[in-house]
Design a protein around this ligand. Structure first.
Ligand SMILES: [Zn+2]
Length: 526
C-alpha cells in the first residue's frame, strides 16, 4: 500500500490557493513587489521579494501561468542624503530631484538609483529569483501613465475623501492628486495651480518657473505614492502583493490604496499579507556592507549558501519576526538545513510519519534554487568542515583531497559551502572557535619533563596505532597512557591543545586528532 502525500499546508501554497480562489480563473496571475532604491536594498526588503517568489513558485507548480514583476520606484524624490555616502555636498544639490537623476558617487553606474538596483539585480538570480523589472522613471517620463494621472485628477474629491478619513487634519483646499518635477530645475518644489479638465496641468515652482504641461507629452508629472500604488495595480492587473508592517497599519497606504483602487481605478485590491521585520544577530561592527549598518543580501550570501538563505525564509511564516545570525547559530542553521535535507530523502512509511514528512519536504523543495535534486546531495557537517578548513588554513582543494569522496557534480556546491564556512570562521566566528595549527618546525611549548614525555608518547601512539581501530577503542589507549604517565586528563588535554594549536581548548580531542590526520598530528607532538 502506498501512502499518499497530503495537501501542502505551507503558507506559500495556502496563499497561492487563496489567489486562485479570490481572483477566479485567469490566463495568468500577476504577483508584484517593489521598492524605492533610495539606499541599499537590505535583507528586510529582501523578505518581500522572496515571499513573492515563493508564492509565484507555488502558483506555477499548481499549473498556473505567473507574471512576477518587481517595480523600481526610482521616480520618487531624493529626500535625504544617506549619512554613509561620500561627497555629501554634491549629493545635497540633488535633494528634491528624482532619485534617478542623482549621480552614482560610489561607482560608474548611470545614477545612484541604478547602482542600488544593480547591486540587487546581480544577486537575485543566485538565489533563484528572476522577476521582470519595471523601471518607474522610464514609465513616468514616457507619459505612459497619462490616463492614470488624468483619472486621479478627475476623481480629486473622491481621493481627497479617502485620504482625509485617515488624516488628523484634512488636505488643503488647493490640494491636487499629482506632484510635479519642475522642467526648469528638476525639483518637486512646485505647486499645482490648475487643471483644464483634460490633459493640461499648470504649476509654479519656487525657482520662478510656471507653465502648463500636457500629460500626454510630459515627463514632469507624477502621482503621490498612495495614488501611484493603486494606479499601477490597475495598469499591471496585480493579483497579489504583500507589504511590510508600515504599509499595513490601520489607515496605512495599503488601506487607502485598496479604496482608491476600487473606487477610482475599478480594480479589486490584490490578495496580500503582512510580512514582519528581520533582526540581525551577531556580527556587530563586523558586517562589511558598503552601506554601513545595513545588512544586504550580499552580506548574507557570504555566510550562507543560497539554498540555506531560501530555507531561512521558506521555513518561517512571513508574519513572524526572526533573526539572521552571524554568530555561533550559523552552525545550527546549517545543521537544521542538512537535517531537513536528510528527512526529504527518507521516505515515510506510515500516514502519521507522512504528515510530518510533508511539512519538512515542502520547505526543502521551496529552498532549492532551481530543481530539487534527484538524489541525496553530498553532506558534510558544518562544524567538521570548519575544523578541516582551519587545519588546512582555508585551502579548499586540500580539504577536498582529504575527504576524497566528492564527485564531479558535487564539487560546485561543496566549494560554495566551504567558501561560506571559511568566510564565517575568519570574520564572525567567536574567538574560542578559531584556531590554526602550530608550525611543526617550531619547538614544543615550554612544559615540565614528565609532561613533555607524555605528549611525545601520545605522538608515538598516534604514529603506531591511530586509524587502525575505531575512534572509541583508540581513545581507551589514550586514557591508559595518561594513567601510565600519572597525569590528570584535564591537564593532559590542555598540554596537547597547546602543542597542537597553541590554545588551552579546542575541538573534541580524539576526533580532532583523527581529523588532523596521523602524519600531521604525530609531527606536532614529537
Ligand atoms: Zn523649478
Amino acid at each position: 500500500m502506498s501512502i499518499e502525500r497530503p495537501k501542502s499546508t505551507h503558507w506559500a501554497d495556502i496563499t497561492a490557493d487563496k489567489i486562485i480562489r479570490e481572483r477566479g480563473p485567469k490566463d495568468h496571475y500577476t504577483c508584484a513587489s517593489g521598492i524605492t532604491p533610495s539606499g541599499t536594498v537590505h535583507i528586510g526588503n529582501f523578505r518581500e521579494i522572496i515571499s513573492v517568489e515563493l508564492v509565484a513558485r507555488a502558483l506555477a507548480q499548481k499549473g498556473e501561468k505567473v507574471r512576477f514583476i518587481y517595480s523600481w520606484d526610482e521616480y520618487d524624490v531624493f529626500r535625504k542624503v544617506p549619512k554613509n555616502m561620500p561627497r555629501q555636498e554634491l549629493l545635497e544639490t540633488y535633494l528634491r530631484k528624482p532619485i534617478t537623476l542623482v549621480p552614482d558617487v560610489l561607482g560608474n553606474e548611470s545614477s545612484y538609483a541604478r547602482k542600488n538596483e544593480r547591486d540587487l539585480e546581480v544577486l537575485l538570480p543566485l538565489v533563484g529569483i528572476e522577476p521582470e523589472y519595471i523601471y518607474q522613471a522610464e514609465r513616468y517620463r514616457s507619459s505612459r501613465y497619462a490616463s492614470g494621472i488624468r483619472t486621479a485628477l478627475e476623481n480629486r474629491d473622491v481621493i481627497r475623501r479617502e485620504l482625509d478619513a485617515h488624516r488628523t487634519s484634512p488636505l488643503a483646499d488647493d490640494w491636487w492628486p499629482a506632484s510635479v518635477f519642475c522642467t526648469a530645475c528638476d525639483r518637486d518644489t512646485t505647486k499645482v495651480t490648475g487643471w483644464d479638465g483634460e490633459w493640461g496641468l499648470s504649476y509654479e515652482c519656487e525657482c520662478g518657473n510656471r507653465e502648463t504641461v500636457d500629460l500626454r507629452h510630459t515627463h514632469a508629472v507624477k502621482l503621490p505614492w498612495r495614488i501611484d500604488w493603486p494606479m499601477r495595480w490597475k495598469e499591471e492587473g496585480v493579483d497579489f502583493e504583500p507589504a511590510g508592517k508600515d504599509h499595513h497599519s490601520e489607515g496605512g497606504s495599503f488601506d487607502t490604496a485598496k479604496l482608491t483602487g476600487k473606487e477610482v481605478y475599478g480594480h479589486e485590491p490584490p490578495v496580500t499579507f503582512q510580512y514582519d521585520f528581520i533582526r540581525i544577530k551577531g556580527g556587530a561592527g563586523k558586517i562589511s556592507s558598503s552601506s554601513g549598518e545595513v545588512v544586504s543580501l550580499g552580506d548574507v550570501l557570504e555566510v550562507y549558501q543560497p539554498e540555506v538563505v531560501r530555507y531561512l525564509f521558506a521555513g518561517t511564516r512571513p508574519n513572524s519576526e526572526f533573526a539572521i545570525s552571524f554568530d555561533l547559530d550559523v552552525l545550527k542553521v546549517y545543521e537544521d538545513y542538512d537535517k531537513c535535507e536528510r528527512t526529504y530523502f527518507t521516505k515515510p512509511e506510515t500516514e502519521k510519519a507522512m504528515k510530518n514528512w510533508e511539512k519538512q519536504a515542502r520547505i526543502y523543495e521551496l529552498s532549492q534554487v532551481r530543481e530539487v535534486p534527484g538524489a541525496m546531495p553530498y553532506q558534510i557537517q558544518i562544524r567538521h568542515l570548519c575544523n578541516l578548513l582551519q587545519i588546512n588554513s582555508g585551502d579548499i582543494e586540500a580539504v577536498m583531497e582529504y575527504l576524497g569522496d566528492i564527485s564531479e557534480d558535487q564539487v560546485a556546491k561543496f566549494r560554495n559551502r566551504a567558501e561560506c564556512a571559511w568566510f564565517w570562521v575568519k570574520n564572525y566566528a567567536p574567538e574560542d572557535f578559531r584556531f590554526s595549527l602550530r608550525d611543526p618546525a617550531t619547538p614544543l611549548p615550554a612544559m615540565g619533563e614528565n609532561e613533555r614525555n607524555a605528549v611525545q608518547a601520545l605522538g608515538k601512539l598516534i604514529e603506531d596505532t591511530m586509524g587502525t581501530m575505531p575512534e572509541k577503542e583508540w581513545s581507551n589507549l589514550v586514557y591508559d597512557l595518561m594513567v601510565e604517565k600519572g597525569i590528570e586528563s584535564a591537564d593532559f588535554f590542555t598540554l596537547v591543545y597547546k602543542a597542537l594549536i597553541g590554545k588551552e581548548k579546542g575541538p573534541r580531542l580524539i576526533s580532532f586528532l583523527h581529523t588532523i590526520g596521523k602524519e600531521k598530528a604525530a609531527a606536532l607532538l614529537k
